[in-house]
Design a protein around this ligand. Structure first.
Ligand code: PXP
Length: 264
């Protein structure tokens, strides 16, 4: 039964590299962080090789391919350069994400259903022809789910950013930012319902369902409890917690929060 399966945690170690790049040092090394995450029980390691190489470097991806024992998920823009790197490195999963240089982090989902979908289709096909599994990072909307299925994706990763923002606005302490306390929680419930219906539609279309962006130990529960969600990609909050309590404990606490939500 879907509900009895655990939710897998893929830890995004980008921000370990962010600290390294801030000083141009050799430390902290995301490759070392990945080992600790796996020892703490993570089911996979995720990295985003951005076009501007602001955190993860090509060297990191190549070394991680050799060292990761679980699963390597490479997030990247759907460009020729990145497709060529993916075909060479051969991660276990490629997650295509939209990318704008001026953004602080990935801001929206891919427009799988929109005007630029033809270029996306070619990149998905190139990756699949190379035998790589493809995930598309999309907004939790029925049209995007249907478009992702039509493009031949194996997995959709549902963008949880708006759910997390709604939590912050509702002042639940469960968002990514500082809560204003002004919200009623109605938007939070609506965002969760949106995730639920997109997850249901994706599973019905035969897609694997992942989710992520902005999740932390406080807001992860309701998303982890969605029975169709098989995997969560979590980065910033885990690295932030690791600064205070250590990486292993941060990962273990997240796994416990996810498991508790699935049991309740
Ligand atoms: N999933 C995708 C597709 C992302 O781009 C990111 C951010 O790199 C994440 C998950 C993780 O988001 P966060 O760092 O907010 O946990």
């Amino acid at each position: 039964m879907a509900g009895e399966r655990k939710v897998r945690l893929h830890v995004n170690v980008d921000h370990v590299a962010t600290v390294r790049q801030a000083r141009g040092t050799r430390y902290p090394d995301p490759v070392a962080a990945a080992v600790l995450c796996e020892l703490a029980g993570a089911d996979g390691i995720t990295v985003h090789l951005r076009e501007d190489r602001r955190h993860i470097q090509d060297r990191d991806v190549r070394l991680l391919r050799q060292t990761v024992q679980t699963l390597l998920n490479l997030e990247m823009a759907a460009t020729d350069e990145m497709v060529s790197i993916a075909r060479e490195v051969r991660p276990d999963v490629v997650t295509l994400v939209p990318e704008r240089r001026e953004e602080r982090t990935t801001e929206g989902g891919l427009d799988a259903a929109g005007g630029r979908a033809r270029g996306l289709a070619a990149q998905v096909q190139a990756l699949r022809q190379a035998g790589l599994r493809v995930s598309l990072f999309i907004a939790p909307d029925a049209a995007q789910v249907a478009a992702a299925a039509a493009l031949g994706a194996d997995t959709v990763e549902l963008h949880t950013g708006e759910y997390c923002e709604a939590g912050a606005a509702a002042g639940t302490g469960a968002g990514t930012g500082a809560g204003t306390g002004a919200g009623t929680g109605a938007r939070l419930a609506a965002e969760l319902a949106r995730l639920q219906s997109a997850a249901t539609a994706a599973a019905a279309a035969g897609l694997h369902v992942a989710a992520g962006h902005g999740l932390n130990v406080h807001n992860v529960g309701p998303v982890a409890a969605l029975l169709e969600v098989e995997e969560l990609n979590i980065g910033h909050a885990l690295v932030a917690d690791a600064v205070l309590v250590g990486l292993e404990r941060a990962v273990r606490d997240m796994i416990a929060a996810m498991a508790a939500a699935r049991r309740s």
